[in-house]
Design a protein. Sequence first.
Length: 182
Amino acid sequence: MALQDEHAIWLEAIAKERDRAAFAKLFRYYAPRLKAFAMKGGLSAEEAEEIMQEALVTLWRKADRFDRTKAAASTWIFTIVRNKRIDYLRREKRPDLKAEDFLHMETEEPAADISFADRQQANTIRDRMTSLPADQLVVIRKAFFEDKSHSEVASELGLPLGTVKSRIRLALARMRGMMEKE
């Protein structure tokens, strides 16, 4: 019997029977390999040990999710470690930024012509919105100015979600048509 088949059988025994002997065999075989794999990914020996242990606990808990028709046992196990390592690096390697770190950064004001054009476009959009039917105007305001999701708008107005989406599409198409005519 091939080693991969044997490992798959052990994983299935863990899933079905919570077989501790099968888990011990997988642990002895994979623990050093998983730790080395995590270290190759940029973790220290201590971090790699922690990730390896977390991965093997996950293996114990989620062995029922293993499907030998989709992946080899080793692929499934190494994927768990890979994902744990990525999660760890995201969690631990983020810079600790504080508000005062940004105080030295200068903000650039947009050029006067760009600022003027933006204001002019905003005024045009506001003017065009007044020509929308009331049912379309209310959903546009809630979705874009109150920053609500379509489902929140539907819930607030007591409308079906499809109706809210249709009204938004119609309003945007009508406004786009008005803007293109100019």
